[in-house]
Design a protein around this ligand. Structure first.
Ligand code: COA
Length: 366
C-alpha cells in the first residue's frame, strides 16, 4: 500500500482508472462547459448549492482548487467521471485526520441509472485505499437521498448510524446517515462483503424477556422497581446476540439472585412506541423456580437494590393499582386465555398480543 508523499515532494500524477465503460480521470480546463451545463436541481438540492448551473468562472475556479489540493499532498482528490466517453459526473475523496477520507459523488442526469455512480465510487475507494493508503473512507448522506444510500451500499460502505442534525443545508438542519468502509472489509461483490453491507442496513428491534412466576394460589410475582413508579414482571432487555430465554434466566439471576427455568413461551407481546421509547417485542415465558418454593422465595432472594426495591405476590386485583395500563391489559389477556384453556374452550397456545391485547393475525378481509 502506497504512503502519502513525503513532505516537500510532489505527489505522483493523478491516475486514470477504468471499469467497463466508466472512467475516472483528472480534471482539465476543457471540461468546464461539459460539466457545468449538466448540473441539475438534484445536485443543487443535495449539495445545498444556491444556483443550479454554476458559471464558467465558478467551474474553472473549482478545477483550479482541485489541482491545487491534489498538489498539496493530495488533501482533496477529485476525479471527473466519464461514461461511454462523455463527461458524466464527479467523485471526490477528502483526506482527514486519522488516515480517513470523506467521499462525495454526483452523476449528471443523462448518465444516471447505468451504475455509473456505483462503479466510479468503487474505483475511487480502491484508489483511496491503494494509492492514498487510507484505512477508512466514509460518506454522510441524508436519510431520504435513496439513490445515494444505494450507491454507498453498492460501493461497500456499511451503515454505521445517524448523525442527528449534522447537516446544515438549505437553511435547515438535517440528519446524516453515516456510512463507512474499512480497508480490511471484504469486497462488496464477495458473499461476506455483501452480507456485511446488508446486515448493517437492516432494521433491528428492541427485545425484552419477562417471566411469569406463580405461587399456586392465583398470584403472580411483580417487582417494585427503583427507576419507575409502576411495578412490572421480572425480566429485562435482551442483549445483542443473546436469546430471549437465556436473557431472562440471566436477568433474574442478576437482580434476584435466584435460578429459574423457562417452561413455556406464554406470549409474544408487541409494544408500540411509548413516550420516549421505541417499539419493542416482549417474549413472556412461564417460569418455575429452581431450588426454592414460591413460599420461601421472599426470604431466599437477594435483591439488586439499584433496580429492585421489593417483590410482591399479586392477584389481578392487587396488580391493578400498581402496574402500567399495558401490563394490566397483558395480565388480563393471559388470565382470560388460562381460564378458557381450563374450561376446555380454548387451546393453551402461545398468545400473540399487540399492546397487551389480542393481535391481528387474520389475513386482509379475513
Ligand atoms: C446519487 C447519484 C450519484 C446516483 O447516480 P447513478 O449513476 O444513477 O447511480 P447508479 O446507477 O450507480 O445506481 C445506484 C443505486 O441507486 C439506485 N437508485 C437510482 N435512482 C434511485 C431512486 N430514485 N430511488 C431509489 N434508488 C435509486 C439504483 O437502482 C442503484 O441501486 P441498485 O444497483 O441496487 O439497483 C445521482 O442520483 C446524483 O448525482 N444525485 C445527486 C447528487 C447527490 O445526491 N450526491 C450525493 C451527495 S452525498
Amino acid at each position: 500500500m502506497a504512503e502519502p508523499s513525503a513532505p516537500g515532494t510532489s505527489p505522483p500524477p493523478q491516475p486514470t482508472l477504468r471499469d467497463g465503460d466508466v472512467t475516472i480521470r483528472p480534471w482539465t480546463f476543457n471540461d468546464v462547459e461539459h460539466a457545468r451545463l449538466q448540473h441539475d436541481e438534484e445536485i443543487a438540492y443535495w449539495f445545498g448549492f444556491d444556483g443550479i448551473v454554476p458559471s464558467a468562472e465558478t467551474q474553472r475556479q473549482a478545477i483550479e482548487r482541485w489541482h491545487a489540493s491534489y498538489a498539496d499532498d493530495r488533501r482533496i482528490v477529485s476525479f471527473l467521471v466519464e461514461h461511454r466517453g462523455e463527461v458524466a459526473g464527479a467523485v471526490e475523496v477528502r483526506r482527514l485526520e486519522g488516515n480517513t477520507g470523506r467521499l462525495s459523488w454526483a452523476v449528471f442526469p443523462r448518465h444516471r441509472g447505468f451504475g455509473v455512480a456505483s462503479r466510479s465510487v468503487r474505483l475511487l475507494i480502491g484508489y483511496a485505499f491503494e494509492s492514498l493508503g487510507l484505512a477508512r473512507v466514509f460518506a454522510e448522506v441524508e436519510p431520504d437521498n435513496l439513490p445515494s444510500l444505494r450507491t454507498a451500499g453498492r460501493a461497500g460502505l456499511r451503515r454505521e448510524g445517524v448523525l442527528r442534525g449534522a447537516a446544515a443545508t438549505r437553511g435547515e438542519r438535517h440528519d446524516y446517515v453515516l456510512l463507512g468502509r474499512l480497508a480490511t472489509d471484504p469486497e462488496p461483490q464477495s458473499r461476506d462483503g455483501f452480507l456485511g453491507i446488508l446486515n448493517a442496513a437492516l432494521p433491528t428491534k428492541r427485545v425484552i424477556a419477562q417471566g411469569i412466576l406463580r405461587d399456586g394460589q392465583g398470584r403472580v410475582l411483580l417487582c417494585e422497581l427503583t427507576y419507575k413508579r409502576e411495578w412490572d414482571l421480572p425480566g429485562g432487555v435482551v442483549d445483542p446476540l443473546e436469546s430471549p430465554a437465556l436473557a431472562l434466566v440471566r436477568e433474574i439471576a442478576e437482580e434476584l439472585r435466584v435460578d429459574v427455568r423457562p417452561t413455556r413461551l406464554a406470549a409474544v407481546n408487541w409494544l408500540p412506541p411509548y413516550r420516549a421509547w421505541s417499539d419493542a417485542v416482549l417474549f413472556v415465558f412461564d417460569l418455575e423456580l429452581v431450588g426454592v418454593t414460591p413460599a420461601r422465595l421472599q426470604e431466599t432472594v437477594t435483591l439488586e437494590r439499584r433496580e429492585i426495591q421489593a417483590l410482591h405476590w399479586c392477584t389481578l386485583d392487587d396488580a391493578e393499582a400498581h402496574v402500567a395500563p399495558y401490563v394490566m391489559r397483558f395480565l388480563r389477556s393471559l388470565d382470560a386465555a388460562a381460564a378458557e384453556a381450563q374450561a376446555g374452550t380454548g387451546a393453551r397456545d402461545t398468545l400473540y398480543l399487540e399492546d397487551g391485547i389480542g393481535g391481528t393475525l387474520q389475513p386482509e378481509g379475513g
